[in-house]
Design a protein around this ligand. Structure first.
Ligand code: FAD
Length: 429
């Protein structure tokens, strides 16, 4: 019997639990999650955000029977994007491969529902409202703080930190020798936005099944997705140091802002949506780069805990789920010997995780001029790649969606573009 202790019931931890329990009958999984069971908390869009899964993320879900279908059943299919501007007609583009959009909490609920339906103790134990606080790697123990009980110490055989961008397991590893970790706050911050789609005027094009975006003159972007429940949800990204969005302090100011910069949203937004926007916090985006994802051969970091990136390319969750595919391959090669797979994970995954960080930081520039150039290059690549493959790589978003193309290969193909964006940013252009 192999007992795996998993910290964090987010997408990466839950998919890994599924994978281990399905593939290896000798495995038992214990999950500790800091938050309440999301199925027992009234669902609130204020506490979550929509994310998109491409074929890369769906491919990872397909490693477990029936999971991709379960997620697809609650996701909206996105067939393209519409770029809006303050003046002028919106420009629509269709995608060759659809994306699936759903919010982070609903994804976790779907994975959790399937997990608890398929497995029960002793193979699976899930404890909510139980926060991991410290780890003692020498004695293989961790301290846990349940919400309504005294602190407890438990031992572990194998420990997986799937506890997100502010990982406690990673914090504890950073107290060890030779572990280096760089966390960086992105230049953009974000605020979630939800708009009820009532009384949509005829001139407003907010067609479902498309990602809607508005470039803000001040360097930010508003991204909105139809949720299939009579609302659109998304985020307003804006340069961190800028006060314009941060300082919107009343429903009237919010309405005025959207009517000016995102007229279509301004036309449908009600007082209640605007007031809710005022109340929501501004969140920072943090990226994580570590020199290794393991501690000896008993402790491993996966998902955002190991390599969080900015959401600019919509890849964080896709990559977090893909970690499970990579770990699964290593486990198969090691004939189920989990400690061997843990020791090899950094070697197999790091180049791609670092490439994704570089792509997420620079591929999608904030400067208007560069952004126009980016879209023009993508359009040209779409037409010319089929005829002149060597000279023009496929469009970046096509490659990002493809589970067979590693992130390091995408970076190699787009190295020229990334260097150009970096040069412009360094020169302040
Ligand atoms: C605004 C925004 C938009 C995004 N859009 C996209 C997108 O379109 N596509 C995409 O692929 N990705 C997107 N992402 C990134 C995506 O949300 C993350 O990459 C993904 O959620 C990572 O999954 P995870 O399981 O590794 O971590 P998380 O989802 O962060 O889950 C970690 C879990 O661990 C728990 N936990 C934390 N600490 C402890 C502790 N000490 N003890 C016990 N439990 C703990 C947390 O409560 C949480 O449930 C977006 C992110 C943001 C912020």
């Amino acid at each position: 019997m192999v007992e795996v202790t998993l910290i964090g019931a987010g997408p990466s931890g839950l998919l890994l639990a599924h994978y281990l329990l399905q593939q290896y009958p000798a495995y038992q999984v214990r999950i500790y999650e800091r938050r309440r069971d999301p199925r027992q908390v009234e669902f609130s869009k204020a506490r979550t955000f929509p994310l998109t899964l491409s074929a890369r993320g769906m491919h990872a879900l397909q490693q477990v029977d029936g999971l991709a279908e379960a997620v697809r059943a609650i996701a909206q299919e996105m067939r393209g994007s519409v770029m809006h501007s303050q003046k002028g007609k919106p420009k629509a583009r269709t995608r060759t491969q659809p994306l699936f959009t759903l919010d982070r909490t609903r994804l976790a609920i779907a994975l959790l529902d399937e997990l608890t339906r398929r497995y029960s103790p002793p193979r699976l134990q899930v404890e909510f409202e139980c926060e991991c606080q410290t780890v003692d790697f020498a004695s293989q123990t961790l301290t846990l703080q349940p919400a309504a009980a005294p602190q407890k110490t438990v031992s572990y055989e194998v420990l997986i930190g799937a506890d997100g961008v502010n990982s406690q397991i990673r914090q504890q590893m950073s107290l060890q020798e030779d572990f280096e970790c760089e966390t960086q706050i992105a230049t953009n911050a974000y605020k979630s936005l939800v708009v009820a789609l009532e009384n949509v005027p005829e001139w407003v094009d907010l067609r479902p099944g498309y990602l809607h975006s508005w470039q803000l003159a001040t360097g930010g972007v508003v991204l909105m997705l139809d949720q299939g429940d009579g609302t659109m949800a998304g985020v307003v990204h804006f340069p961190r140091e800028q006060r314009q969005v941060r300082d919107l302090g009343s429903a009237r100011e919010v309405l005025q802002f959207f009517q000016t910069y995102c007229p279509e949203l301004g036309a449908v937004m009600g007082e209640a949506d605007a007031e809710a926007f005022v109340q929501r916090p501004v969140s920072e985006v943090v990226s994580v780069r570590c020199n290794r994802y393991h501690q000896g051969n008993r402790v491993l970091l996966i998902g955002d805990a190991a390599h969080a990136v900015s959401p600019s390319l919509g890849q964080g969750c896709n990559a977090a789920l893909e970690d499970v595919v990579v770990f699964g391959e290593l486990l198969a090669e090691a004939q189920g010997e989990i400690r061997e797979a843990i020791a090899q994970f950094t070697v197999r995954r790091q180049a791609d995780a670092e490439a994704l960080l570089e792509l997420s930081n620079y591929a999608f520039p904030h400067q208007k001029r560069l952004l126009i150039e980016f879209f023009a290059r993508q359009a040209i690549a779409k037409w010319l790649h089929p005829f002149w493959g060597g000279g023009f790589p496929p469009p970046m978003f096509q490659l990002l969606s493809d589970p067979m193309t590693p992130y390091s290969e995408i970076l190699e193909r787009y190295r020229g573009w990334i260097d150009r964006v970096k040069r412009v940013q360094v020169s302040g252009g």
